[in-house]
Design a protein around this ligand. Sequence first.
Ligand code: TRP
Length: 460
Amino acid sequence: MAKRTSLQGFWSSRLAFILAVTGSAVGLGNIWKFPYVTGEYGGGAFVLMYLAFVFIIGLPTMMSEILIGRRGRRNPVTTMQLVGEEESGRSAWKYVGLMGVCGGILILSYYSVVAGWAVAYIPKAASGAFVGSDAATVKSLFNTLTGDPWALLGWHSLFMGLTVFVVARGVERGLEQAVRILMPALVIMLVILLVYSIRHGDFMAAVNYMFRPNWDDISFEGALVALGQALFTLSVGMGAVMAYGAYLPEETNIGTAAITVVLADTTIAILAGLVIFPVVFGFGMAAGGGPGLIFQTLPLAFGGMPGGVVFGTVFFVLLSFAAWTSAIGLIEPAVAWANEQFSVPRSKATLAIGGLIWLIGVLSVLSFNVLKDEKYHTPLGTLFDTIEFITSNVMLPLGALLIVIFAGWVMCRNSTSDELKMGSGLRYDMWRFAARYIAPIAVIAVFLHSLGLLSRFTNG
Ligand code: TRP
């Protein structure tokens, strides 16, 4: 069978691909979400489950997405359809791609609002607003921002505007260079913060909290949220990595690339936790502080350290950048789909899809102020909480499950071993075993476990 070629060009090198996937993986998920969900679900046991899921589910899913993407060489919807037809004669697999396109749109709708907070904190940090502050002032700073719908809307619009601008011009692959500088810079900033946290926070309490599992703390939801977090932070389960895999040259080794990304992403998340929690415990704050956690802890660190105005400004610039490279990955499946399927020019497709995402994002903006009240809540919380929960903890696990089943069971051994270029060696067998058995069984087990969640609601 003649191999297809990508319609949108190729990555210039293996490093370029690794940088792009790392750029999409490392973002708010590592620095904002990981500490906040860890705090909400009680620490150690949650962190261990998250780590286990990253390696037994996230990694095989990432490899599956890349190999399917490279096989299909199209947007995730068409790719799943084409490869599905080739391997099984069924085109219905395209709906997995379609769910991913919808997932990306929904995730970006609230992601952009949180990214807006990061952007809003750049001028705050630069103007010295954090200097000498205490827990109470930092908290009120955050509440003032989120309580103002117009301010949130402004920052959300700015962030979406920037995302649409790059993607519409199709220059996002020029971001290779940006990611190349950004990632090391982010790690350096986290290490500087880590030094502060070790010296001024309660570091041992944080280490105990993060790594000493207390299995009694784990609710039915905990395992599901840990799974959702593992997939979210790696950007897998919705075809984003599949879309990037479509532009991968034939000879690149998929396993090595995926492992590199997974290790980089996990290191950054753990580092972020080791920065945040010493501050939380050292300053007597609540670990379960919710989505505002990093915005109420990091400013304290910046406010109290020498050079904090500069470091704080640089940090929020880097965080905004990291969110931006992720946002580009979130919108890419939808844009590539509209472009290839309906022949809409890239620029128009980006504008239309970006506009839709912006509009849905307004719901998240209002969740923190106008619609904050209990009476506007769903059983899962505010509209923001609801969209976040359903995308991360239902859509991503379901997408990942279908993707590994497709790669492990529907695709024949020859096709996958041909793409993975691991021959029939031990490493290939390990991937195939994980994709066929370990990952699907683990996802299903977590789903079943969390059904306890349903009974909790019905029992009132
Ligand atoms: N991984 C990103 C982060 O940690 C968020 C994300 C989830 C994402 N799914 C994605 C990014 C798909 C790009 C594509 O911030």
